[in-house]
Design a protein around this ligand. Structure first.
Ligand code: NI
Ligand code: MN
Length: 228
């Protein structure tokens, strides 16, 4: 399978002929200017960690054009029905898992908030643990470290983890290393940094701390693709 990073928290995963797009913040995402436009993305499945604009992003235009199955928490899928008359959804909530024909999704806890720009409640913010082609990918969503990450580390052999490091709205680099200690992923990709002034960090704070702790950091450039 291939995984392409679009900067901030946006990812695309191609697995067994199915295209999954996670947190499609493309328009206004400075990392991906000149790399891709929202109009070029036609996912089969759209996964949303929470309702904040830097994750919900281009969801309205993508669902209108590509009509993907939207996998998100119950409040977001309900909102899609009410506000966009969009019914191709699969609602989940924290701790639940579902076997789709293309893989298994676990909706994981995140310590964060979730609301739409107009103030509508977006349910609980979350993350996703994806089991695809015998590999396990953990995308924490916006969060700080929480102790139950150790259970994910015990229960799953995580091949690849995506963790926010930008600080202010989520944890910063050092706390992300604490997550890696609990999760034990083979590789970790830092996300959610340098997009806005509030989340500007020196990436070496993360890579140095990871190296010091004996872990493998995989910094991905926007548009870069990784094969798993
Ligand atoms: Ni957020
Ligand atoms: Mn965010």
């Amino acid at each position: 399978m291939t995984i392409t990073y679009f900067g901030h928290s946006a990812l695309q995963i191609e697995t067994n002929g199915t295209t999954l797009l996670v947190d499609p913040f493309i328009t206004g995402n400075k990392h991906v200017q000149g790399v891709v436009t929202a109009g070029e993305l036609s996912p089969d499945v759209l996964l949303l960690t929470h309702a904040h604009g830097d994750h919900w992003g281009d969801t309205p235009s993508i669902i209108e054009r590509a009509a993907p199955l939207v996998v998100a928490d119950f409040e977001i899928t309900s909102y899609l029905g009410r506000a966009h008359e969009y019914e191709n959804v699969h609602p989940m909530n924290t701790g639940g898992a579902w076997d789709f024909e293309w893989g298994r999704v676990v909706r994981t806890y995140a310590r964060h908030s979730s609301s739409f720009l107009d103030g509508t409640y977006g349910g609980l913010a979350g993350g996703f643990l994806l089991e695809l082609e015998g590999k396990t990918i953990y995308n924490s969503g916006d969060t700080c470290a929480f102790a139950e990450m150790a259970w994910l580390g015990e229960d799953y052999e995580i091949d690849l983890a995506f963790l926010p490091i930008g600080d202010d709205f989520t944890m910063g680099p050092e706390e992300a290393v604490r997550c890696v200690e609990m999760l034990g992923p083979k590789q970790t990709v830092p996300v959610h940094y340098d997009t806005f002034p509030y989340i500007e960090v020196d990436i070496s704070r993360f890579t140095d701390a990871m190296e010091e702790a004996g872990f493998s950091a995989r910094v991905m450039a926007p548009g870069e693709t990784l094969t798993l």
